[in-house]
Design a protein around this ligand. Structure first.
Ligand code: DON
Length: 307
């Protein structure tokens, strides 16, 4: 993108214009998420030289939710390799909602790691002696992507754990089909904690920029995952990151991306920048309304579409 001042101005202008949009609804199936301020709206962009640009509520805390999925998939790929991971979770767009039942006939594999079923399996693959150590590895990895030590929003974790029976049901189905190798309660507990990791839009932009930059955090300079791993994660984000809207997203925005129910959204412009938005109201598919509009506009205006 253009010079420093121009990027800041573009974000500020976009933020001011989209702040008045009031479509969508804040997620309430996890009771604690229903408390989010629908007016909260932040944008953040991090370039490959580690420069940070922000507008609005870029430092407001949110739980990472599904935006954690590509990063934990990256950790699984880096630890186990592509073949071992794809033996348990596929890489096909599901064309269904984020919480769909997803069991490949014969293998019981979930379609991809960006939907809940695939993320629960991916999380369970992270090598560790016990669930607490598994979560600690995940938290350390998310923290390395963000460039600072992250923590857990215990209230959101407890709220999701109390109400997460659909995720338990998905896990039981996969356990029965043979694709989930660990105990159901163990698997979903680590997954719920992962979803409740607290970030800001500014953190998410650093995380997205790390994927866009081939796995090296552009702010800390730390190599977090190998370049090939980062490229593979971007490929799966491109085809499956936006759930049942993945095709429309690729058509209109053309960047690998991932949204989450708390209102976080990341997109990666490879070798250029990572961008994040935070705005709680979601569209019918479960993607954040203002974030989607922001990325559509930026992609069109700056010709960011990769294809
Ligand atoms: O598993 C769940 O339901 C949530 N913890 C995360 C789902 C999510 O963020 C889906 N995103 N749109």
């Amino acid at each position: 993108m253009a010079a420093v001042g121009a990027v800041s101005r573009a974000l500020a202008e976009l933020h001011a214009r989209l702040a008045v949009v009031d479509d969508g609804a804040v997620a309430d199936y996890i009771p604690q998420l229903a408390l989010a301020d629908p007016a909260a709206f932040g944008l953040a962009l991090v370039s490959m030289d580690g420069h940070r640009y922000t507008a609005g509520d870029a430092l407001a805390p949110l739980t990472i939710q599904s935006v954690s999925k590509p990063f934990v998939y990256a950790l699984a790929l880096a630890e186990l390799g592509l073949d071992a991971v794809t033996a348990h979770v596929g890489a096909e767009p599901s064309g269904e909602g984020f919480n769909a039942i997803s069991l490949e006939p014969g293998t019981g594999r979930p379609a991809n790691p960006m939907i809940n079923a695939g993320a629960i399996v991916t999380t369970s693959l992270i090598p560790a002696a016990d669930p607490a150590a598994r979560f600690e590895r995940i938290l350390a990895c998310l923290s390395a992507f963000a460039g600072r030590r992250l923590d857990v929003d215990e209230a959101v974790y407890a709220s999701e754990s109390r109400t997460g029976d659909r995720n338990r049901a998905l896990a039981y189905l996969m356990r029965g089909a043979g694709s989930l190798a660990v105990d159901v309660e163990e698997a979903v507990d680590v997954y719920f904690r992962q979803c409740a990791v607290r970030v800001t839009a500014a953190d998410l932009a650093v995380m997205a920029a790390t994927l866009a930059g081939g796995g090296v955090n552009p702010v800390t300079g730390e190599p977090v995952v190998p370049e090939l791993t980062a490229e593979r994660v971007l490929a799966v984000m491109a085809t499956s990151g936006m759930y049942d809207a993945a095709g429309d997203w690729l058509l209109r925005v053309g960047l690998p991306a991932k949204g989450g129910v708390s209102g976080g959204l990341i997109a990666c412009s490879p070798a250029r920048f990572g961008i994040a938005a935070y705005s709680p109201p979601l569209d019918a598919v479960g993607n954040p309304v203002r974030g989607v509009l922001a990325l559509r506009e930026l992609s069109e205006r700056y010709a960011l579409h990769l294809m």
